[in-house]
Design a binder for this molecule. Structure first.
Ligand SMILES: Nc1ncnc2c1ncn2[C@@H]1O[C@H](COP(=O)(O)OP(=O)(O)O)[C@@H](O)[C@H]1O
Ligand SMILES: [Mg+2]
Length: 356
């Protein structure tokens, strides 16, 4: 009898995250922050192992990744001053040589950058958004937009953790001055000449970078709704009262009142988010895919869309404005998400031939 034909397919995947040599040596599924993901993968018969990455031992990581069927990546664009400049080419190379990679760096470059706000500004989640491709364009075009509609929010194309996100307000008494507030934790508002702002933004244009200019959303104090996605399905929600771009209280930027609140997690069926879920699954995600030229299998196994509340509609109902998409390192995740990730991983792996 042809037993080989009936043997269950056995897939192996690596979960890639940053760490030093000691972390690489000691990493196990059990001591990993992704322990629930490892468990969910094991529960459906997928063998998953940690792969700790650092630039200093990239060759060893490369060898490890070439031996698996799939690679799940959780690495921020900026982490303690390091970028993905070396990691992304490595992942592209791995993906070209066989293993499936989520999220693929080319997919991150479409959805996980602030430019997605510009390219999808015509969707229902869009706000008033502009893009500047050079410091000269920024200098020429931004001041009139600021004067017409202050405040504005500027975002470098590729950042995280509030790095390179600025709230800019016009100052009526001094035309050449602006009030700026950086979104990074501990920042205070400053009044600076516009030329100083341009100089601060200049580095964001390096390496083909750009700046995205988005209308400030006044319902920011009502919090951020993070919609967790696995492929094209909603995997849960998180609601958080954030503090970034809200001026710190007088006690100072490190006071408890300046800290963000906890993110309250909800499953995909949470009643209060069903309108948003329908919009994400039925309209905005398919429309984004069409706009950016992405197919369903290239959507990451876990990603999130962060929404701010827009102005209420005529009937008084909430509206949602896309603030950013995180596709590089979406974590922590709701309780239901590991199982959703495992199901998506299995679907993806079944689409490619098993190794070995
Ligand atoms: N258009 C906006 N209106 C009001 N606040 C914003 C806006 N865009 C961003 N913010 C605030 O700035 C923070 C950081 O911006 P975000 O786009 O999430 O970038 P990142 O998290 O990559 O640094 C958000 O969490 C939110 O507090
Ligand atoms: Mg953010």
């Amino acid at each position: 009898m042809d037993t080989e034909h009936h043997a269950p397919l056995r897939y192996t995947v690596a979960i890639l995250s940053r760490g030093d040599a000691a972390a690489r040596r000691d990493a196990t599924p059990q001591n990993s922050r992704f322990v629930r993901v490892f468990e969910a993968l094991a529960a459906i018969g997928i063998d998953a192992r940690p792969a700790i990455y650092d630039e200093s031992f990239a060759d060893a990581v490369c060898d490890q990744l070439l031996a698996v069927d799939g690679v799940l990546v959780w690495v921020d664009p900026i982490h303690q001053g390091r970028t993905r400049e070396a990691l992304d080419p490595l992942l592209r190379d791995i993906a070209a040589r066989g293993p499936w990679v989520s999220a693929h760096p080319d997919v991150i470059l479409k959805i996980g950058v602030k430019d997605v706000l510009y390219r999808t500004r015509h969707l229902g989640w869009g706000a008033d958004v502009h893009r500047y491709d050079s410091a000269a364009a920024f200098r020429a075009e931004f001041p009139s937009r600021l004067l017409a509609d202050s405040p504005r929010v500027l975002k470098q194309n590729r950042g995280n953790g509030g790095q390179g996100v600025w709230k800019i307000e016009a100052l009526s008494h001094a035309e050449t001055m602006v009030r700026v507030l950086h979104a990074q934790r501990g920042s205070r508002p400053e009044d600076i000449p516009f030329d100083v702002l341009v100089a601060r933004c200049e580095p964001y244009f390096g390496w083909g970078g750009c700046i995205i200019d988005q209308a400030f959303q006044p319902r920011l104090p009502d919090g951020m709704i993070r919609c967790y996605m696995s492929g094209s399905h909603v995997a849960g929600f998180g609601h958080q009262l954030i503090k970034a771009l809200i001026p710190p209280p007088p006690e100072g930027p490190d006071s408890p009142a300046a800290q963000p609140g906890p993110r309250i997690m909800h499953g995909p069926d949470a009643r209060q988010f069903q309108a948003l879920r329908r919009l994400m699954e039925n309209e905005w995600t398919p429309q984004m895919m069409a706009t950016l030229g992405l197919d369903e299998p290239s959507l990451p196994v876990i990603w999130d869309a962060d929404f701010l509340y827009g102005t209420r509609d005529a009937a008084g109902a909430d509206t949602y404005v896309l603030c950013e998409i995180n596709a590089s390192s979406c974590f922590a995740i709701p309780d239901d998400a590991p199982a959703a990730i495992a199901r998506t991983v299995k679907r993806r792996l079944l689409q490619i031939p098993a190794a070995g």
